[in-house]
Design a protein. Structure first.
Lengths: 711, 370
């Protein structure tokens, strides 16, 4: 495509009053060497858009540099099919955050124009990835309430589903219950388990294939193109799969570790799961002597919220014990004693809690159980302290139920058995105590393996109603994955992105940094050790681009070269300080926009370049900048570590690691590594940003001007 | 460290509290707002938070012997502020009722007193007893000016019946209070009766006379005023009764006494205080503030008995002055019946609170529980 570039500057939103527009047009024409440079009063108005459309039609412009507002707004207005659009952010980054009609502000705006023009010249119009035709069948692993619901959701959307269950029957723990906690107003009475009707629906649905007594032996390939081997009682079958919903569920915490709460002391000390089995027989009889249990004690958080056992809350035990207290009242006309740390009955479950609490035969107290002992008559004594009843109390019960928590299947079973270079299971599950969870409230079902979506209790401890919601969410994510993969665009979080990494393989040294660093396991190696991309796994974060020491991985609209050319386009004065900021466009760039929105002011001597993720930050840019006489480079990215907020899980952390090796790069230039710094910011940190910039510039000023300026 | 308390839930006790006006007790979720807003609760081991969970667990043994249930004057602050509508004030009222029942003998009589279906039966007893006395030893409609002693001679008949009723009540109270003290005086506040007992008694009497504790109430502050009026009315009338007895036995001065007699200067204001006080009680209970209820049968039985005593007593005086014999003598009969009811059933009705509360207050003083 022959590029014809047009530069258009908007004068709306105070840009016209605050900047010398003539000067900007002159910079674009003379320095940017853009053939068509024009101004307009309000580019986003119907007249402005008509003006741009006419330009495209009449002047045959196919690459537009639009100097107006932030690229994060007015995306649709400035979307012209078939044209490459480069947005220069004069509004938020310049006029809304700096003194109007000031020499430094004008210099800042001019630099952004230069950088925008440089980028427009190097970037190319992207086209979606054209891969092999895909299969759109969804594999659901686990036939419990989540798996059955997910398979049904997928099938109702018109996609085929394969439901794999390791047991001989569908149902999971939901089918072991005598009753389930109420899901509907007025939340007063436990309900018949819902799972059985779900199972019937699943079995009757023509789009769902059920495979019981089956496990996933291995999963090979990438979204849309998985070959999944299913082992059914030793028979192996390979199925073509497009996306996977992992609903592998949970198991109860091992009660034999709860000797301190009396487990093993007597057969009458049982878990909440055993309690369901007893209730299923119609009357709750003591396992030891078959006598009807008239006083049943419940110890909450048995092995949960306990650093020695499970550090987390298992979410279902409080409601389960209240429900089982109801069994004691209804089936045995007995008394239920609940000894808890806190009763946690979120949302509308409060109504059920109130109802059960109001039952004269249900007694609750906060307390710490110190000992469980056996009475001479075979009953069980529970000794507790710090109770609301008194400092030290003793309860006598016929039956003791330990409200044990949930352990995710993924704690010690990879479940999907991926044949990925990076391992069989999902990475970093230890951050979530083995649950296949994510730190993001907005990416709940995403795992670190594109195409695999976790739902239900394998993701987080949750109740049946939440499992069903989770199943619906994961089913929609799986369908999104199929549709985006088919179109050759990124699945998430860059779900609009048609670009993809395109390496220049002739220069690859097989150093494998890209395969090691890719957070999503999208890069594999062939037999010779040469890396190759499985693009359907890729999320387009550009971590590989940042990692590659040969700088051979590029996207159509972002590459080491493009950013380098933008740095080169900056005007570096012979005297005075000039700084570069490279910022993550997910959190740091919106925060910078918010600085403008709030009309906070910051030092005009720094210019910002947004990149997809700090993971795509290549150290060579620091060398590029410093060797041009730029005095310092500030990186703004997401929080990393255990509580990371990076949209690509590892990007900012990897950038930080690379910064650790900065000294090597700078030794060559004999420059101080303190001239570059990475700061973690969140999207709502806008109020901190002017100070971060100010502090960084003060630090650089202390070091002094870059000695390379004179060259 | 305190000793280990053995938890023995009694569901029948819970149901009893619920039926006696504490039906909301299970709603408590132990936030302790009640103990925080209470102006009477001590800083250490405050009430009514702990009483609420004891009630919820059906721990009758803990509750009936608990001095704190009597340190509560039912101000209503806890009930007004309770975020769950558990009405701790009402629950403690019901617990006090059960405590009175627990320490009174015979138990069946206590149960009858607190059950509306036996009310007519209970009234029938003094009605028949006094009616029979008049029938055999007196005259239902004497001739001449209205002189109540013509209906039934004070000695031996009236005195014998009423001193008997009072003696019975005192005996039942004595038994109950002794048992109560035994239960009360255990850890964590075990006290020894030493020389400071009388000091404590004196302080409690002063407290009661001026309603010092009661007047710390906020939500139900008005109750302390009406209660004080009723209380002072009773104190005055008690003195009047003793005075009249001295007239009868020592000075042999026949009733009725003239309006100029100093005894009337005390009797009439006391009667007015009682009437006014009980009227305020009835009126205020019609519009209880905040979430508080109008009260249980247990409360209302005593209110109506006192009202009956006060109204019939006042009417006796007025009807005598008016010389309306046909109305005056039946009213006097009803007055005797209501006073008998008040005396005889005192250990079982809410009247018993004066004895147990006073005991608990003395105990609390000795235990420095304030």
């Amino acid at each position: 495509m022959e590029k014809k570039i047009g530069f258009y500057v908007c004068k709306g939103c105070e840009i016209g009053q605050s900047l010398d527009i003539e000067g900007l047009l002159k910079v674009a024409t003379k320095e940017g060497k853009i053939p068509v440079c024009k101004e307009h009063d309000v580019l986003c108005s119907p007249e402005g858009i008509k003006f741009l459309q006419d330009e495209i039609a009449n002047e045959e412009i196919n690459t537009l540099v639009i100097a107006a507002c932030s690229p994060r707004v007015k995306f649709e207005e400035f979307d012209f099919p078939g044209c490459l659009i480069e947005r220069v952010n004069l509004r938020e980054l310049v006029v809304w955050s700096h003194e109007p009609n000031h020499e430094e502000t004008q210099a800042l705006a001019e630099d952004y124009v230069r950088m925008g023009c440089a980028k427009a010249k190097r970037a190319e119009l992207p086209e979606p990835y054209a891969g092999d035709p895909i299969d759109k069948t969804v594999l659901v692993i686990g036939g419990g309430i989540t798996g059955c619901s997910a398979a049904l959701e997928v099938a109702k959307l018109g996609y085929s589903a394969v439901l794999v269950e390791k047991e001989a029957e569908l149902g999971g723990y939901g089918a072991k219950l005598y009753r389930q906690t109420p899901r509907n107003y007025p939340y007063q009475v436990p309900e018949e388990p819902l799972i059985f009707s779900k199972i019937k629906e699943v079995q009757a649905h023509p789009k769902i294939k059920v495979m019981t007594s089956s496990k996933v032996e291995s999963t090979e390939g990438q979204p849309g193109l998985y070959d999944v081997v299913i082992n059914t009682n030793g028979n192996l079958e390979t199925i073509k799969i497009g996306a996977i919903i992992m609903a592998a569920g949970w198991r109860p915490y091992d009660a034999t570790k709860l000797g301190h709460l009396g487990y093993g002391l007597s057969p009458d000390v049982i878990t909440n799961i055993q309690m369901e089995e007893l209730a299923n027989k119609g009357k709750i009889l003591r396992p030891s002597d078959g006598r009807e249990a008239k006083r049943v004690a419940f110890i909450q958080c048995a092995g949960s919220r306990d650093p020695e056992h499970l550090p987390y809350c298992s979410a279902f035990c409080c409601m389960t014990s209240l429900k089982q207290a109801n069994y004691v009242r209804q089936l045995n006309d007995g008394l239920a004693y609940i000894i808890h740390k806190h009763m946690r009955t979120p949302g509308q479950y409060e109504l059920f809690y109130k109802n059960m609490q109001n039952d004269p035969g249900v007694m609750l107290t906060k307390g710490d159980v110190t000992e469980v002992s056996l009475a001479d008559n075979g009953n069980i004594y529970i000794h507790a302290e710090n109770t609301q009843l008194g400092e030290k109390v003793k309860f006598e019960a016929d039956l003791l139920v330990l409200a044990t928590g949930m352990v995710p299947t993924t704690l010690d079973d990879p479940v999907t058995n991926l044949t990925y270079r990076q391992g069989l299971g999902l990475p970093d599950l230890d951050l979530y105590d083995g649950f296949a969870d994510s730190n993001f409230i907005c990416f709940q079902y995403e795992t670190r393996r594109t195409g695999i979506y976790a739902a239900g209790c394998v993701r987080q401890p949750m109740d049946i109603a939440t499992c069903m919601e989770d199943a619906a969410g994961a089913a929609l994510k799986a369908v999104q994955c199929l549709e985006h993969t088919e179109k050759g665009i990124a699945v998430h979080p860059r779900s609009w992105d048609v670009t993809f990494p395109d390496p220049f393989m002739q220069r690859c040294t097989q150093c494998k940094r890209c395969t090691e660093e890719c957070p999503f396991g999208a890069i594999d190696e062939d037999e010779k050790g040469t890396p190759y991309f499985k693009i359907n796994r890729c999320r387009r974060c550009g971590t590989c681009m940042g990692a590659c020491p040969e700088r051979i991985i590029s996207f159509k609209d972002l590459s080491v070269d493009i950013v380098g050319s933008m740095i080169k386009a900056m005007d570096v004065p012979e005297e005075g300080f000039r700084l570069l900021g490279v910022v993550c466009e997910n959190d740091a760039y919106p925060a910078l926009d918010a600085v403008g929105l709030h009309r906070l002011q910051y030092d005009p001597r720094i210019r910002f370049i947004p990149i997809r993720c700090l993971g795509s930050f290549n150290l060579v840019w620091i060398a590029d900048a410093l060797s041009r006489g730029i005095d310092g480079v500030l990186l703004l990215g997401c929080k990393f570590g255990e509580d990371y907020q990076c949209h690509f899980a590892k990007g900012s952390e990897l950038a930080n690691e690379r910064m650790g090796k900065l000294q090597e790069t700078l030794d060559r230039l004999a420059l101080e590594s303190e001239r570059a710094m990475l700061v973690e910011v969140a999207i709502d940190d806008f109020d901190r940003i002017p100070k971060i910039i100010g502090d960084f510039i003060a630090r650089v000023e202390e070091i002094g001007e870059n000695p390379f300026k004179e060259f | 460290m305190a000793e280990e308390m053995v938890v023995k839930p009694d569901i029948e006790f819970i149901k009893r509290i619920q039926s006696a006006g504490g039906e909301s007790l299970k709603k408590c979720f132990q936030c302790a707002t009640c103990s925080v807003v209470c102006n009477l609760s001590p800083d250490s081991r405050p009430f009514p938070r702990k009483e609420m969970i004891w009630a919820s667990w059906g721990l009758k043994d803990q509750l009936v012997r608990d001095p704190d249930i009597w340190l509560c004057h039912f101000c209503g602050d806890c009930t007004a502020y309770c975020p769950r509508g558990a009405k701790p004030g009402e629950v403690l009222g019901a617990v006090r009722q059960v405590a009175i029942e627990h320490y009174s003998t015979p138990t069946f009589l206590a149960e009858m007193v607190n059950d509306p279906k036996y009310l007519l039966f209970l009234i029938a007893f003094p009605l028949i007893l006094i009616g029979a006395a008049i029938h055999y030893f007196g005259n239902f409609s004497p001739e001449g000016p209205v002189v109540y002693s013509k209906m039934l001679k004070p000695w031996p008949y009236v005195d014998f019946i009423f001193l008997g009723a009072a003696a019975y009540a005192v005996a039942v109270f004595a038994k109950g209070v002794m048992a109560y003290w035994q239960d009360l005086n255990v850890n964590p506040w075990k006290v020894r009766l030493k020389e400071n007992v009388w000091l404590a008694v004196a302080e409690v009497v002063k407290d009661i006379l001026f309603h010092n504790r009661f007047r710390k109430c906020t939500t139900y502050f008005n109750r302390s005023t009406s209660h004080l009026l009723v209380f002072l009315g009773f104190v005055g009338l008690f003195i009047v009764t003793a005075w009249a007895s001295s007239y009868e036995w020592i000075f042999h001065k026949e009733s009725p006494y003239a309006i100029t007699d100093p005894i009337k200067w005390l009797a009439i204001p006391s009667a007015i205080s009682l009437l006014w006080g009980i009227w305020l009680v009835i009126r205020d209970r019609q519009n209880p503030p905040e979430n508080a209820g109008p009260g249980s049968y247990f409360d209302w039985l005593l209110i109506w008995v006192i009202a009956a005593v006060a109204v019939t007593g006042a009417l006796c005086l007025v009807l005598r002055w008016m010389g309306l014999a046909t109305l005056a003598y039946p009213t006097y009969y009803l007055h005797l019946v209501s006073v008998f009811f008040l005396f005889f059933y005192a250990p079982y009705t809410k009247m018993a609170h004066m004895v147990y509360r006073a005991t608990a207050m003395i105990y609390a003083k000795l235990a420095e529980r304030e």
